[in-house]
Design a protein around this ligand. Structure first.
Ligand code: MOS
Length: 725
């Protein structure tokens, strides 16, 4: 089905099941340990051997020799896989560095060997006996040092200019010209990267933890130089991804190579200390923002440039993209700068682009509001735009930023805020309030599904969509239930298997809107097939409570499939509505902090997010997404930072002892409000993404609250106490 024009009325709009705050249908399986994660398919492969990854201890150089003899002779060891015996490997196109190093080391902890043994402990012990000789080469690891040399955009992400920024900025009555930095960050998903592989002849099955089944399969086929059709990827439960599992990674490649080498199933998990450097991370940024307004506070000129680094052939962190769309202003300039660094591979982490971009932009807006002398909410509203500022003929499909800010201000008690910093004390705490706009684009991409109706009236949905803890199982079941007029208990959802139709997958907050649209499309076909089977008119037929009605006639769904299961399949394709309309999601983030007047310790006291993100398919799962994202935003504001050793070229704090993320004790009252924002342009579901929106802007709102509490403006994340004293 092609979605080409704004969605009219359709069965989803009944909202009998869709839009209800239903519990996650996978919840009981997960909380009782019955959901099998990638490393836990014991019944499928009771004889699985264990692989342990050896990571390179240098950041750049050559392998001159590998001696596996001692490891090979260690107790329980079956074999050691290296590039020397792995056969000729290709490379997928979603990653820059090789997932098993050949003679060149491209980054620290790049995999150089897999030791396979009867037990995990034996493999780990033997891994320390693999002797690799390296010839170290000079690498470049310091973004700030490289910055002066990088003055233009990469070819495929050119600078964007509207009007004449330089002249308008020079003529502006009020100006800001400031730099901001965000650090390298690690996804730190609860479940590590893990895979189990087994071969039957030339057919490969990989149970893994991956957000994008089709990308994983395509890149694995390219890496192993084999046809995609011979590979099956299974990933029905995933313990968090945050972008770190968008791509094929070394665990899956090495499990496949290992299983081929030992002719039995092999499991590979990346130990926590390997993850930060062996996998991907969110690249650090240095951002330069210039804003000029007239005396009334109207933006005349706005420029945003962002420097980030990556391996050769890597891409920049797109930290300026929200600045192209968030505020009005006739004269604009944005540009991405990319330094070549020999650090581990930079890639997507939750809300790539907007998350670090808003960390900078929304402090800058707070600073500007203060310079102009108006309230930061009023300043944002004054500079709102309902059209793409670069193409005024192109409106936003829906844009409720002003409503988010006004609703939040009222709810949070913003009128009680003292605009003058460092005026409010509560015992030893300086107390402040901060606000930021949230913005994240709503991407749409095709998504397929297959649905079956059986003789008991049960609907089974199959799609390779993943559930990374987001609630996909539940909203897909709600969609099928609504479309077919059955209670959710009559729907079975099967996900995360490359045997099922290719879905949009879980990334870029596009998963909920697009994968439910795929199920919608398949259910439209199923309704037609059922009507036809019953001899009803497909256009007139209505579906409710397990029944199908057409005028005076009615039958049960089960009757339609009494003789044979009815199976149909379809894919939702999106036309060019996303070119005609800018589709984005909006939020207002409100924060209250206390800052210890003596130690500089920051405690976040209250958090409120008001979100406008299209129809909310399930307020409970959506709220869980947003409160999780707000928690990540708190981590980004106050704690998260991979420390670069710019002598040896690696992230030093590569475990959860050194890389701090928020724990429950750090998280105060969190409140989430969803505005009624049904968007007929986005899809037949009229929904949008919300999981990444919940993060975008939160860290800046915290930094702004800290400024309001203390009068100290910190432009370098994380805002640790040493920066406040
Ligand atoms: Mo998201 S960074 O696209 O998983």
């Amino acid at each position: 089905m092609k979605f080409e024009k704004p969605a009219g009325n359709n069965p989803i709009d009944q909202l009998k099941v869709v839009g209800q705050p239903l519990n996650r249908i996978d919840g009981p399986l997960k909380t009782s340990g019955q959901a099998h994660y990638a490393y836990e398919w014991h019944n499928e492969a009771p004889d699985a051997a264990y692989g342990y990854v050896v990571g390179a201890p240098i950041a750049k150089g050559k392998i001159t020799a590998i001696d596996v003899q001692a490891a090979q002779n260690a107790p329980g060891v079956l074999t050691v896989v290296t590039a020397n015996n792995a056969g000729k490997l290709g490379k997928g196109d979603k990653n820059t560095a090789r997932l098993l190093a050949e003679d060149t080391i491209e980054h620290y902890h790049q995999a150089v060997a897999l030791v396979i043994a009867e037990t995990f402990e034996q493999a780990r012990a033997a891994a320390s006996l693999v002797k690799v000789d390296y010839q170290r080469e000079h690498g470049v690891y310091n973004l700030a040092q490289q910055k002066p040399e990088v003055t233009s955009s990469p070819e495929d992400t050119p600078d964007k200019a509207v009007g004449d920024f330089a002249a308008a900025f020079a003529a502006s009555g009020v100006k800001l010209d400031a730099h901001y930095t965000t650090p390298d960050q690690s996804h730190t998903a609860m479940e590590p990267h893990a895979s189990m592989a087994t071969w039957q002849g030339d057919k490969l099955t990989v149970w893994t933890s991956n957000q994008m089944i089709d990308w994983c399969r395509t890149d694995l086929a390219a890496t192993l130089n084999m046809p995609m059709e011979k590979i099956r990827i299974v990933s029905p439960y995933i313990g968090g991804g945050f972008g770190g599992k968008l791509f094929l990674r070394s665990d899956a490649v090495l499990a496949a190579l290992g299983a081929r080498a030992v002719q039995r199933p092999v499991k590979v998990m990346l130990p926590r200390p390997l993850i930060a450097n062996n996998t991907t991370h969110r690249p650090a940024t240095i951002q330069h923002i210039r804003i000029g307004t007239d005396q009334s506070g109207k933006i005349q000129a706005i420029a945003h440039e962002s420097w980030s680094g990556n391996l050769p052939d890597g891409t920049p962190e797109t930290a300026v993209q929200q600045t192209e769309l968030l505020y009005a202003g006739a004269n604009r300039f944005t540009g991405l700068r990319l330094a070549t660094l020999d650090l581990p591979e930079g890639n997507a982490m939750r809300a790539p682009g907007e998350a670090p971009g808003l960390m900078a932009l929304e402090i800058a807006i707070d600073e500007m509001a203060e310079k102009v002398g108006i309230d930061p909410i009023a300043f944002r509203i004054l500079n709102d735009t309902q059209v793409d500022p670069a193409k005024p003929e192109r409106p936003f499909s829906r844009r409720q930023l002003v409503e988010c800010l006004n609703t939040g201000a009222e709810r949070f008690g913003w009128s009680g805020r003292n605009a003058k910093p460092a005026m409010v004390k509560d015992g030893r705490w300086l107390v402040g309030m901060g606000v930021a706009a949230g913005f994240r684009n709503n991407m749409v991409t095709s998504s397929g599904a297959r649905v079956h109706l059986d003789g008991k009236g049960i609907i089974t949905v199959e799609t390779d969509m993943t559930d990374i803890g987001t609630g996909s199982y539940t909203i897909l079941a709600q969609t099928a239930a609504e479309m077919m007029g059955v209670p959710i208990e009559r729907v079975v959802v099967r996900l995360g298997d490359s045997d099922f139709p290719v879905s949009a997958g879980s990334g870029g907050q596009w998963g909920a809107n697009t994968s439910t649209s795929g199920v919608y499309a398949a259910c439209v076909k199923l309704r037609e097939a059922v009507a036809s089977k019953l001899g009803f008119d497909a256009q007139r037929a209505t579906f409710s409570e397990g029944q199908v009605h057409d005028g005076n006639q009615s039958a049960t769904l089960a009757q339609a499939a009494a003789e044979a299961i009815i199976t149909v399949e379809d894919t939702i394709e999106f036309g060019d509505l996303d070119e005609q309309y800018q589709q984005s999601t909006f939020a207002g983030h409100f924060i209250e902090v206390g800052v210890d007047v003596a130690t500089g310790e920051v405690r976040v006291r209250r958090m409120l997010a008001v979100c406008a993100a299209g129809r909310i398919l399930n307020p409970k799962t959506a709220r869980s997404q947003v409160i999780g994202a707000m928690t990540m935003g708190l981590g980004g504001a106050l704690m998260e930072e991979l420390f670069v050793d710019d002598r040896l070229g690696y992230f030093v704090n590569h475990d959860m002892a050194g890389y701090e993320v928020p724990v429950h004790a750090d998280i105060p009252q969190q409140e989430v409000i969803f505005l009624d924002d049904t968007d007929p342009i986005s899809s037949p579901m009229k929904a949008k993404g919300v999981g990444e929106l919940g993060l975008c802007g939160v860290s800046a709102a915290i930094a702004n609250a800290i400024y309001n509490a203390t009068g100290v403006r910190v432009r370098d994340y994380p805002v640790t106490l040493d920066k406040l004293l």
